[in-house]
Design a protein around this ligand. Sequence first.
Ligand code: SF4
Length: 177
Amino acid sequence: MEEDPETKDILIQYESSDGGHSVNKEERVDLAILSIGMSALPDAQRLAEASGIELDPHQFCFTRDFQPVETSRSGVFACGAFTEPKDIPDSVIQASGAAAKALSVIGEARGTLVRKKEYPPEREILSDEEPRIGAFICSCGTNIAGTVDVKEVVEFAKSLPGVVHVENTIYTCSADS
Ligand code: SF4
């Protein structure tokens, strides 16, 4: 690239291919943004073999233009930069498409393994009963545990009056927890 000293335009010289012949070209632009290239995952081959799908000649997952999340194997769907160079927003959109496709295969089974939670029966608490307090100390993954000595907090909570149960949890606000 060179700058035109008078207009400050950028002159780009590049090599293109035209019917198999390389051709030198030049273009004049206002602004040029250089971006690094993107290549397939180094272990794409291993992933393809493990899931029984084909890759394209560039080692990206083989997909078709009008079935962009379908792989060569029925029931296996792909998305994101595994299928071709792709940015994050497009990958997220495509991931929704792949998830929807997967649901179309396994949708009937949805909810069939769900067990209804059974809780202890509720009872009336009498005003003269001692309070029974449960303390759940959350590590927030490592957000809190990286700063606070959670074990010590647990021990301290155990020493408080009325506390009958203390537990250290990791992601307390998640549905699984
Ligand atoms: S309850 Fe959720 S947000 Fe709160 S500390 Fe635990 S994981 Fe973090």
